[in-house]
Design a protein around this ligand. Structure first.
Ligand SMILES: Cc1ncc(COP(=O)(O)O)c(C=O)c1O
Length: 291
């Protein structure tokens, strides 16, 4: 078996109390994140060195930790201070901060170990801005059955189901794989999915099957600002296929229009007015709300 290349990334990261170069950063192979995928994570966007929707991201981190019974190693204010220090130690103005907390290092045994401290890891990477042309054209998506576990509301690092789903779209030159369970839209491999029909925006019900993206609450606010009707309700697969618009949202995609689905044009195959209005409102919110 060939050995992994030594990482060369010199960005600064944080591991268990120490800032250091990512290339030098190491954890034990007995870390339960490595052995079991036993941990949770967050991805927080940073614009102009200011954190966007920090409170919401840190509240979701606390919820995810609580849901899997890992002690939260800090208060929101401690986390925010660490996030800010990490941003300051890294180059780009626009970054994404990745936070991962695992149950810690212990002899391999499925049941929770006693007296073990969580492993806390944070890194920053440059914000992967989507090229303007791609935004203007919209993106391709495919659909696939949602075969993941039923606790999608937890932002777990156990992402094999999401990885396999995303790989399907990668192999089909598509940006995302939109997932269907029991005939209903859930979400995509790393995004929430929204449907426009007759001028109304719809999102799937908020439940345990899917992650409530931080953009879900945000778009709800923005719909109020720009005067778009939004409803949370079950969305049948057939509604996706005859949608006027389909939108993806995530920390890195922001609001991204989908213009082909399984090789078929979505409506006229061009981004629609709801995507445009929400993207514009999103850009304004970034300026107003980052801190
Ligand atoms: C499965 C899944 N759903 C939804 C989202 C969107 O969440 P957010 O808006 O917080 O980035 C993500 C983001 O990575 C995700 O992985």
């Amino acid at each position: 078996m060939s050995r992994n290349m030594t990482p060369t990334d010199q960005s600064e990261c944080y591991l268990n109390g120490t800032f250091q170069a990512l290339a030098q950063c190491q954890v034990s192979v007995l870390d339960r994140g490595f052995i079991f995928g036993d941990g949770v994570y967050e991805v927080i966007p940073v614009y102009g060195r200011r954190v966007f929707r920090a409170d919401e991201h840190l509240a979701r981190l606390a919820r995810s930790l609580g849901a899997v019974g890992i002690k939260n190693p800090g208060q929101a204010s401690d986390w925010l201070a660490l996030v800010r220090e990490l941003i300051a130690r890294n180059e780009p103005d626009d970054q994404c901060v990745y936070i991962q907390v695992t149950r810690g290092v212990a002899r391999r045994d499925h049941a929770f170990p006693q007296g073990v401290e969580p492993t806390v890891f944070m890194m920053s990477f440059p914000f992967p801005h989507i090229p303007e042309q791609k935004r203007a054209e919209g993106v391709a998506c495919i659909t696939a059955p949602d075969l993941r576990w039923r606790n999608g509301h937890i932002k777990s690092i156990s992402l094999l189901g999401n990885v396999l789903a995303r790989q399907l779209s990668a192999e089909n030159d598509a940006t995302e794989t939109i997932l269907i369970r029991d005939g209903l839209l859930t979400e995509a491999s790393a995004s929430n999915v929204w449907v426009v029909r007759n001028g109304r925006l719809a999102a799937p019900l908020r439940d345990h099957d899917k992650l409530e993206g931080i953009r879900v609450g945000l778009l709800q606010e923005l719909c109020g600002v720009v005067g778009i009707t939004l409803e949370f309700r079950p969305i049948a697969e057939w509604e996706l296929r005859c949608a006027d618009e389909i939108l993806l949202t995530s920390a890195t995609k922001e609001v991204l229009p989908v213009t082909t689905l399984d090789g078929q044009a979505v409506s006229q195959g061009e981004p629609g007015p709801v995507a445009a209005a929400l993207y514009k409102a999103y850009q304004e919110a970034k300026i107003r709300q980052s801190r």
